[in-house]
Write a protein that binds this ligand. Structure first.
Ligand code: GLA
Length: 504
């Protein structure tokens, strides 16, 4: 793997006892030699788009003096040398390749990129859904899943775009059936999972469940390791659309994770029904480098989010999510989304696992919940709510945040670009997101505890032309503001985020 480089820490594990494993361990030991030939390029190697939909791929190098170029672009795509990106539209579905070149002091290295153009991609847009873990944990049941689907319809979330209901860990029975097939807990799921999936589908939503690439899941239920094909077949028979695959109880090396997820990805591809693979190894093995090649359409980039602004040490609040996402934007795109984990909007400190690890009172302010949502939209991160439908914690204010159509349009933009990090000077974190119609979304988050003024300088934002005048819309209010040129200044409340859409 040359673009980008991979790092391994090969070690002899007890399970490497037999000859086959010894050989793969030896191979592993030699891999770092290959990885050492790092050409400095930092880009995705498998990229995706829909036919005739504007596509964009950003190419980065760790060498400031590298001259990046591209060869063999399919018809409809162009190289933007000012911004080091490929852009354009490809009309015909198919698989295309092109070559990225990097030249440093006359020394040229190359990287092959595979572009899949298809109207049948597993995840053309990041999912917007619900996951049971943060508040429901081991209570997940047929009744709860159905209630969430009903709630999505009743409170306008479905109409705003929220479209996927997923069971997290502990939906499983204590053990598999005698023939090895997976089984749901018989008390909490008195009817077949197929009927639960059918219920969710009848409401117009997708249905998902959870497993793990090891013998056991994080909470101790059975995992899918060595049962990949049986599980894929059963999930297909249940009409499952998406599967979150965790990585607890699995060996730590990146290579092993690649193999284990690939086994799941292949098993899912082999069944009659399309099943989307959602990788969850918390970003520890940099899945943005290999997740798409393993058949994944999105992957977690951090440890579990907590219902907190910050959660050091050990946890992930909004502050830590920003750290995890800010330098990996070029790896995200259509059908290969970086996932910043569940949203805590609607929990108000009443969740279960979303409360542990951090000291102090759980829960966030409304501005902090809004910031979390705004950033997930800027990043085109998959979004999963995680409220308990029995607890009535989702307020009108929460729904106002979660159904904001201007922000959802950013998350669901068909070009699938994750916003680029612009700066974090003076406690103001800024991002800029390229949109399919050529518009640019700008966000600024006030990381401090006092109100601040923020100025966007167009010369610092590559997506903007500093000489042009842009129409500007405030995306929280939907209000059209005066046109802007060169720069503009806005006020931001503590821990709040302002978001603007600029159009020519
Ligand atoms: C891990 C995952 C969580 C959740 C739990 C379930 O911690 O990161 O999102 O799925 O396991 O046990």
């Amino acid at each position: 793997m040359a673009c980008p480089s991979s790092h391994f820490s090969p070690s002899l594990h007890p399970q490497h006892a037999n000859m086959k494993n010894l050989i793969s361990t030896l191979l592993l030991l030699f891999m770092p030699l290959v990885a050492a030939a790092d050409n400095g390029l930092r880009c995705a190697k498998s990229v995706f788009t829909q036919p005739d939909v504007r596509f964009m791929q950003k190419i980065k190098s760790i060498h400031a003096d590298a001259v990046i170029g591209v060869k063999g672009l399919p018809s409809g795509l162009q190289w933007n040398a000012r911004r080091n990106l490929v852009e354009g539209k490809v009309k015909a579905p198919g698989t295309y390749t092109y070559t990225v070149t990097s030249s440093i002091n006359g020394q040229v290295s190359e990287e092959q990129i595979k572009l899949t153009v298809s109207d049948k991609l597993p995840m053309p847009l990041p999912f917007m859904g619900w996951l049971s873990w943060n508040s429901v944990e081991g209570d997940v049941s047929e009744a709860i899943v159905k209630r969430v689907a009903d709630m999505f319809r009743a409170n306008g979330l479905y109409q705003a775009g929220w479209n996927t209901v997923m069971m997290d860990d502990l939906w499983q029975a204590r053990k598999r059936a005698d023939d090895g097939k997976p089984l749901p807990d018989p008390k909490r799921f008195p009817n077949s999972l197929r009927s639960v999936a059918d219920y969710v589908h009848a409401k117009g939503m997708k249905f998902g469940l959870y497993t793990d690439a090891a013998d056991k899941t994080c909470a101790g239920a059975f995992g899918s390791y060595n049962y990949e094909r049986i599980d894929a077949q059963q999930y297909a028979q249940w009409n499952v659309d998406i599967v979150k695959c965790d990585y607890c109880n699995a060996p730590p090396e990146q290579d092993t994770a690649i193999v284990r997820y690939r086994r799941l990805g292949y098993a899912f591809k082999a069944v009659a029904r399309p099943i989307t693979l959602y990788i969850c190894e918390w970003g520890d093995r940099r899945p943005w480098l290999w997740g798409a090649e393993s058949g994944g359409s999105c992957w977690r980039v951090s440890a579990d989010v907590r219902d907190r602004w910050t959660c050091e040490p050990g946890g992930t609040g909004v502050v830590e999510s920003i750290k995890a996402m800010k330098n990996i934007a070029q790896y995200a795109g259509v059908n290969r989304f970086n996932d910043a984990d569940m949203l805590c909007t609607g929990l108000h400190g009443k969740g279960k696992s979303s409360n542990d690890l951090c000291f102090g009172t759980p829960g966030m302010t409304q501005d902090e919940y809004a910031t979390q949502f705004a950033l997930w939209c800027m990043w085109s991160s998959p979004m999963a709510l995680s409220f308990d439908p029995r607890a009535n914690t989702v307020t009108k204010e929460d729904l106002k945040i979660l159904t904001n159509r201007h922000l959802i349009a950013l998350n669901q933009d068909r070009m699938g670009q994750q916003a680029d990090f612009i700066s974090d000077a003076d406690s103001l974190v800024m991002f800029a997101k390229d949109l399919e119609n050529g518009d640019v979304a700008l966000s600024v988050t006030n990381m401090s505890g006092k109100p601040l003024e923020a100025t966007f300088h167009f010369t610092q934002i590559p997506a903007l032309d500093a000489n042009k005048r842009y129409q500007c819309r405030d995306l929280w209010t939907g209000e059209k503001l005066s046109a802007v040129k060169h720069s503009f200044t806005t006020k931001v409340r503590p821990h709040a985020t302002r978001v603007f859409r600029l159009s020519l």
